[in-house]
Design a protein around this ligand. Structure first.
Ligand code: UDP
Ligand code: MG
Length: 317
């Protein structure tokens, strides 16, 4: 049995040596053959030269380097594409996911599970970030057409059958944890506590996280489109009621006057409804635009990444 370890890295020079020291003994102890694939996602620091050093020290540590920053999900996709193991484990470079959990993942895999994903029990991150993550996963679970497990990130083990399926998916908006759930088979989660970053700064900026969240929702659900129609119905319903009320008020003005009912002058209502409807229409257009943009991305059929350098991996295909 051969295990591939896929590690996307973007500006991780502070943490790479720690990563090497913690990962190697764990993999040696499993007794299986292994390879480690580091994907340099266009780092601007010394990450690449550290990777070269690792490869010289231990040929089981391989790397490939992107020509620019393509993003975490793309880096993971490239790892899945080029790995040669019977299974692959995806792990972050920053040691937030403990490598010591890998033997447990392998153990479950050998029991027959095709996907073993790690579920974060506790996060050592700020309260705002934790709230956002938690809200996102619950929203995703409610909206997605397949069931994507709550609070599980990309830290997981996937069997060769799952890897081959994901490899054959041509989409350019990649949301690995969704694609993994889509493939199906026997999947199981195991809980762990997510550590804080070992060193260096988070490479996921707020806008990248938002992008990932959008990819998750829009790639795995058409609920936003349906919501626009629901919005439309709700607003139409209320405007009909309001129109009927206004008509009645006009016709029976004298009757209303008796009870001291003042007629609405109408100016504020007009302005408010114009702005409100304008806003709703823009939101709906935005949602439709989001899907059209994604369709546009897909029809272009651009390659997902460009490799500038690789060692130990055959990238000529
Ligand atoms: N990463 C990447 N490309 C990017 C951003 C991040 O390959 O554009 C990698 C990064 O090096 C790390 C992993 O993705 O190994 C997770 O990133 P980070 O720790 O910044 O995210 P967080 O843990 O805050 O979600
Ligand atoms: Mg991290």
């Amino acid at each position: 049995m051969k295990i591939s370890l896929i590690i996307p890295c973007y500006n991780e020079q502070e943490v790479l040596h720690k990563l090497y020291d913690r990962v190697t003994p764990v993999l040696e102890k499993t007794g299986d053959d292994y390879e480690v694939i580091l994907i340099d996602d266009g780092s601007r620091d010394n990450s690449l030269s550290i990777m070269e050093e690792f490869h010289e020290r231990n040929s089981k540590w391989k790397y490939l380097s992107f020509s620019r920053n393509f993003g975490h999900q793309t880096a993971v996709s490239a790892g899945i594409f080029y790995c040669s193991g019977d299974c692959a484990v995806i792990i972050d470079a920053d040691l937030q996911d403990p490598p010591e959990l890998i033997p447990d993942l392998i153990c479950k895999w050998k029991e027959g599970f095709k996907v073993v994903y790690a579920v974060r029990k506790k996060r050592k991150e700020g309260i705002v970030k934790r709230f956002c993550y938690s809200a996102f996963y619950r929203l995703l679970a409610k909206s997605a057409s397949i069931s994507i497990p709550l609070d599980s990130g990309d830290f997981c083990l996937m069997d060769r059958v799952v890897l081959n399926r994901i490899k054959s998916m041509p989409e350019s908006n990649r949301f690995i944890r969704g694609m993994r759930a889509w493939v199906g088979f026997k999947q199981i989660g195991i809980e762990y506590e997510r550590d804080a970053r070992a060193a260096g700064k988070p490479q996921y900026t707020f806008s990248k996280l938002l992008r990932l969240a959008f990819d998750g929702i829009f790639s795995f659900s058409t609920m936003p489109l349906r919501m626009t129609a629901v919005f439309g119905f709700i607003i139409s319903f209320f405007s009909f009621i309001f129109a009927a009320y206004s008509l009645v008020q006009r016709i029976f003005a004298d009757f209303f006057m008796q009870y001291n009912f003042k007629l609405v002058p109408g100016f504020a209502t007009t302005i408010v409804s114009i702005f409100f409807l304008g806003g709703v229409q823009l939101i709906c257009l935005g949602v439709i635009g989001e899907y059209i943009g994604r369709v546009y991305d897909e029809v272009k059929r651009r390659p997902l990444w460009v490799i500038s350098k690789a060692s130990g991996i055959d990238t000529e295909e």
